[in-house]
Write a protein that binds this ligand. Structure first.
Ligand code: NAI
Length: 652
């Protein structure tokens, strides 16, 4: 084995093979390579060592099987509260990346697996980036999701390499770029099968092709007046997705480029200053919190606990159909049972559409998902399934009769679950010989979009292993599993209902529909309460409202009853609080209201946060962080506020 030339380094090693230096990053004590101040210092020192060598070039690679570099160590980053310390870290990152870029020999970043955030910034400091073509390899600059933007010179280097029209959307959305796409847009210089990665990286060093640069047309956009026009357009696009007051990072990024352009060196220093300012905002702090909350939910599902291969879904309606399609897409064999052959036909049609939308032109994956999904009119799948999910209409007796049958036929260790949204688990389980086997797997509509999965259990009744296995199943199908005590409305519907009802009451008092919704959206909610009511269906709101009235202590506003009686059910009937055409909300002109907007906003949001507090007090979920996580991923509650409990604490 070649000798390591680095003495006293914890995270890097340097070897020479055939006149080429191999700088390997393998961050100690971490499953994935992450960037923290110590790693940055070592990268800087390692560059000094490489500069002393007489070699043909240098290849930067990872010593981990988990990927190249996953980005900054958010945990460590979060611990830095002193602005001076943060400044020192950012500057050290800038210096190290500059040293890497300034090496006089050809340098290659050899990327296999994740290359994200600071990792991609380091890679961009090399002359060339080579990636393997596996779908698990992903490149991204996702800092904006943490309320900041790249801070190690990546804003400048990405624009220089691929041009502003490609680099900015990448940074403004934080989206993953797959290997072939990376090559096509010029972010990667080469994309090769894994078996050729090493030899191709060596070839790059030896051949030294011209370095990739943004096309001339992109450089024209850097010219003073053009820059203003492009920046203006970008700002317009961003403003349709995020309000500057809540999410300052994308705006700061556009300003940075508009003011300095990437041609000279001014943008580097300005980038450091800008990211420092952003890092100190409440938004950045709360988005980092959301990142950890998401990881916490992920960690609740231990994939090793349970291996689901076959899922059987009973009831192929709105929910059952989509649950079945979703599981088929996650590689599971799925049988879908319904009493209606028409319903089964609709499931297959809708599922195929969903697969095509998801996989676009990847015919193989579309075919695979289609293969996985099979109609099963008579429920033969029950006896061999690892997970059985009931999703028939909301009726206690009907569900009970299903579970009697299922329990008699299912494998001993299969998960037996219901997707009920309002019936207490215990009531359904009563008819079972082993009621402790029944668990709730409460999916949200639309299944393809909503990441949360409530795992419903009855305290002191539901078998603890079953709960854990259900959590494991959630992880296997790429959902965020949250254990929730069985009680009316579980967690999410219970918290949303008072918010919706308060909106309806406000409207009943004469406040225009769009004003009510604007107050909530201005707070950061993805949808106002009245649009949400229309989307869920006013009949469902009425039904759930009645179930929850006692628990949450509300009187149902009359409007709900009268609208439902008049057949105005919201989106699905074409009319509710809004008019709907082809599933799209029609604009209203009822903005005329002279009341106090702040007061209206408080009134709506207080309902939601107060109910959250009550749920926490009643132990519906285990702790405040899990409650915040559930509400953010189950309702889209303003992520930049870090969750309702966090918002409550900050307000007090
Ligand atoms: P749906 O009315 O769209 O579908 C129910 C399906 O079950 C129909 O296709 C029907 O033919 C079938 N079915 C009825 N009896 C059956 C039986 N004995 N065996 C086999 N299939 C039978 O209902 P949806 O909206 O999909 O709701 C299903 C369940 O999911 C309900 O418990 C509901 O509370 C719950 N849920 C609904 C959500 C929603 O947004 N629609 C959200 C979360 C949960």
């Amino acid at each position: 084995m070649a000798k390591n030339l680095l003495k006293g380094f914890k995270h890097f090693s340097l070897t020479i093979e055939d006149d080429i230096a191999w700088l390997k990053i393998d961050v100690k004590g971490e499953a994935a390579n992450v960037i923290n101040p110590e790693v940055v210092t070592e990268l800087d020192n390692a560059c000094d060592e490489v500069a002393k060598l007489s070699v043909k070039g240098m290849i930067l690679c990872s010593g981990k099987s988990t990927g190249f570099i996953a980005g900054a160590d958010v945990k460590k980053f979060r611990e830095i509260t002193d602005p001076e310390e943060a400044k020192a870290f950012i500057q050290a990152g800038h210096t190290a990346c500059q040293k890497l870029e300034d090496l006089s020999i050809p340098t290659v970043a050899m990327v296999e697996g994740f290359c994200m955030g600071g990792g991609l910034e380091v890679a961009l400091s090399c002359d060339y980036i080579i990636v393997d073509d596996a779908p698990s390899t992903k490149l991204s600059l996702p800092e904006v999701k943490l309320g900041i933007h790249p801070g190690f010179g990546g804003t400048v280097r990405s624009i220089r390499k691929i041009g502003v029209l490609q680099a900015m959307p990448m940074m403004l959305t934080g989206k993953n770029i797959l290997p072939r796409q990376a090559k096509k847009m010029g972010l990667a210089d080469m994309c090769v099968p894994i078996r050729q990665l090493r030899s191709s990286a060596i070839q790059l060093v030896l051949r030294k092709p011209a370095k990739k640069q943004a096309p001339k047309s992109a450089k024209l956009l850097e010219m003073g007046p053009m820059r203003k026009v492009v920046a203006m357009q970008m700002r317009k696009q961003v403003s349709s997705k995020a309000i500057q007051e809540h999410y300052p990072a994308p705006y700061a990024l556009i300003n940075l480029w508009e003011t300095h352009g990437s041609a000279g060196n001014e943008m580097y220093a300005a980038e450091a200053e800008s990211v420092l300012q952003l890092g100190m905002t409440d938004t950045a702090r709360n988005l980092a919190r959301v990142f950890f909350l998401q990881n916490r939910l992920k960690s609740l599902g231990d994939k090793n606990l349970f291996t689901p291969k076959h899922v059987h879904v009973i009831g192929g309606g709105v929910m059952g159909g989509d649950i079945a399609a979703w599981c088929a897409m996650q590689g599971m064999k799925v049988t879908i049972q319904d009493i209606s052959t028409d319903a089964l036909g609709r499931v297959m049609g809708r599922a195929t559409k969903g697969f095509k939308r998801r996989y676009r032109k990847d015919k193989f994956r579309i075919m695979q998902a289609q293969d996985n999904l099979n109609p099963d009119l008579h429920g033969h799948g029950i006896k061999s399934a690892d997970v059985i999910i009931e999703a028939i209409y909301e009726n206690l007796e009907a569900k009970q009769s299903i579970f009697k049958d299922v329990e008699a036929k299912a494998k001993k260790d299969a998960i037996i679950a219901t997707n009920t949204s309002s019936i207490p688990l215990n009531d359904i389980a009563k008819v079972m010989k082993k009621p402790q086997r029944l668990v709730g797997l409460h999916f949200f509509n639309p299944v393809f979009k909503m990441p949360l999965l409530e795992i419903i259990y009855t305290p002191k009744k539901t078998n603890a292993t079953v709960i854990k296995q259900a959590q494991s199943f959630g992880a296997h199908i790429g959902k965020l599993p949250l254990p929730v005590k069985s009680s009316p409305g579980f967690l999410i519907n219970r918290i949303l209902m008072p918010y919706i009802l308060e909106g309806v009451t406000a409207q009943q008092e004469g406040i225009p529909v769009s004003v009510v919704d604007k107050a909530a959206v201005d707070y950061g909610m993805p949808m106002g309460p009245l649009e949400l009511a229309d989307t869920v269906g006013l009949d469902i709101c009425l039904h759930v409202g009645k179930i929850l009235a006692d628990t949450v202590g509300v009187t149902l506003p009359n409007t709900l009853d009268s609208e439902v009686a008049a057949g105005k059910l919201g989106k699905k009937s074409g009319e509710g609080f809004y008019q709907w055409k082809n599933g799209k909300k029609q604009k209203t002109n009822d903005n005329d209201w002279s009341g106090d907007m702040q007061q209206l906003q408080n009134r709506l949001i207080d309902k939601l946060t107060n109910e959250s507090q009550k749920c926490l007090d009643e132990g519906i979920v285990e702790d405040a962080d899990l409650l915040d996580a559930g509400v953010i991923f189950g309702t889209g509650f303003a992520p930049f506020r870090g969750g309702p409990m966090n918002a409550l604490n900050e307000a007090n």
